[in-house]
Write a protein of this length. Sequence first.
Length: 123
Amino acid sequence: MNTNEVMQQLESLGSEQTKKTLCRHGVNEPVFGVKIGDMKKLLVKKIKDSNVSRELFATGNYDAQYLAGLTINPKEVTKEELLTWAETANCSAINEAIVASLAAETPYATSSLKHGWHPTKNE
C-alpha cells in the first residue's frame, strides 16, 4: 500500500465519536478517529515499506503517526529521525507510546544509555 491508500483507509475507518474522545485526551487535529483495533487491521495488509511509514508520520495526522510507529522497521530508523519524530509528534501520546516504543527497539536504545545518560546526585 502506498501513503495515499493508507490515508484513505484510515479516513474510512475513522469515527466522529472516537475523534471527540481522542481530542478530549489531548490529541490534536488532524485526526480521523480510528480505533486502535481497527487500525491494526491495516497491519495485516503488510505495510512493510519504511518510506511509507515515514511519509505517514510526516502528515502530522494522529492516526497516521500511530500507524507509522507500528509499521516502520526500527533497524532503519536514524537517531535524527527519532528526534524529528519526537519534535513533530501530534501530541504527547504519540511521543510517550509510539516514539518511545520505537526508540526502545532501535540499535541506539542501549548505546544512548551507556554513553548519553549520566545520573545526577539527586538520582
